[in-house]
Design a protein around this ligand. Structure first.
Ligand SMILES: [Zn+2]
Length: 66
């Protein structure tokens, strides 16, 4: 079946018998993402998780002495 990526509008053909095709048929709301977009999103998510681990500690530096 033909599927269109929701992000870049690229049209791909996937195997009718594949799990993905079945899932898309059962749930038309389920959106398809091409592999490139999927990876891009996955990387973004990873990056966000990585930055989420960061804690910004305010340094307790004493004020400059005049
Ligand atoms: Zn795409």
């Amino acid at each position: 079946m033909k599927v269109k990526c929701v992000l870049c509008d690229q049209i791909n053909v996937i195997d009718d018998e594949s799990l993905l095709a079945k899932r898309l048929r059962n749930r038309p709301i389920h959106t398809y993402m091409c592999e490139q977009c999927y990876r891009r999103i996955a990387e973004k998510t990873k990056a966000r998780l990585a930055t989420g681990k960061f804690r910004i500690y305010r340094s307790n530096m004493p004020h400059d002495e005049w």
